[in-house]
Design a protein around this ligand. Structure first.
Ligand SMILES: Cc1cc2nc3c(=O)[nH]c(=O)nc-3n(C[C@H](O)[C@H](O)[C@H](O)COP(=O)(O)OP(=O)(O)OC[C@H]3O[C@@H](n4cnc5c(N)ncnc54)[C@H](O)[C@@H]3O)c2cc1C
Length: 204
């Protein structure tokens, strides 16, 4: 959001010259106080532009929302908007994080029925701080199941217990996803390694 065609063209040329080959193409959100939305309204337009300007040089990933993007008109429209990004040239997708594996499997089945064949990698959010996670999840439309919320709340400010329970819950989710055929996992580490490492240790 906010970028002009000329700016994105210069960025792409810079990335290419520096030897980068992989891009995660996101529309993002308009920062508050920013006057112009720029030349691209949706990520699909950005993907088209990257293909138009740089051909097949970049491997492009886009965002996917198994629990529906919060600004989508409805679930059906959101699925079709996701398909438009793949049709525009995306090679794969990474999902918004979620804690309900059925939402992911359902999403994969739905887009498969629409003819989408690119790998869809689940985004995983390790749980380090429940209050922060709750705030973040409310904003981005990720649902925290009641049974997880209640157990987390029971630990209150005991950060060590929250981390242990968080690692257990998230590792179980990862196992179910991999067993169910997910092509890999994408961890939102948010520059903090510890909670992700705790999950990986449980996954061996
Ligand atoms: C893997 C991943 C990484 C992320 N990383 C970051 C990050 O680093 N920083 C950050 O700020 N945010 C990040 N986000 C969040 C993301 O920026 C927001 O969710 C943003 O609101 C949408 O970006 P998008 O690329 O999914 O947009 P789009 O795919 O363009 O979709 C945005 C909304 O527009 C709707 N839409 C699409 N096309 C149309 C159309 N033609 N007509 C009407 N409606 C349409 C969609 O249904 C959706 O509701 C990330 C999300 C994911 C899944």
């Amino acid at each position: 959001m906010g970028g002009t065609r000329a700016e994105i063209r210069a960025l792409l040329d810079g990335y290419k010259a520096a030897g980068y080959r992989r891009i995660v193409a996101l529309r993002g959100d308009l920062p508050s106080g920013m006057a112009s939305a720029g030349d691209f309204r949706y990520a699909a337009e950005l993907v088209s532009f990257i293909r138009e300007h740089s051909g097949d040089h970049f491997h492009i990933e886009v965002a996917a929302y198994p629990e529906i993007h919060p600004q989508a008109d409805d679930a059906h429209a959101d699925l079709h908007h996701f398909k438009a990004k793949v049709d525009a040239g995306a090679n794969g997708a990474i999902t918004q994080y979620f804690f309900n594996p059925d939402a992911y499997f359902r999403f994969v089945d739905d887009v498969h029925r629409l003819g989408v064949r690119v790998p869809i990698v689940p985004g995983i959010m390790p749980i380090a701080n429940y209050t922060q996670l709750k705030r973040f999840s409310d904003a981005c439309g990720a649902e925290i199941p009641r049974w997880i919320a209640k157990r987390m709340q029971a630990h209150g400010d005991d950060a060590a217990s929250v981390r242990v329970l968080g690692a257990e819950v998230v590792a179980q989710l990862c196992r179910r996803l991999l067993d169910g055929g997910a092509p890999g996992l994408h961890f939102y580490t948010l520059n903090r390694a510890r909670a992700t490492r705790a999950v990986l240790e449980q996954l061996d």
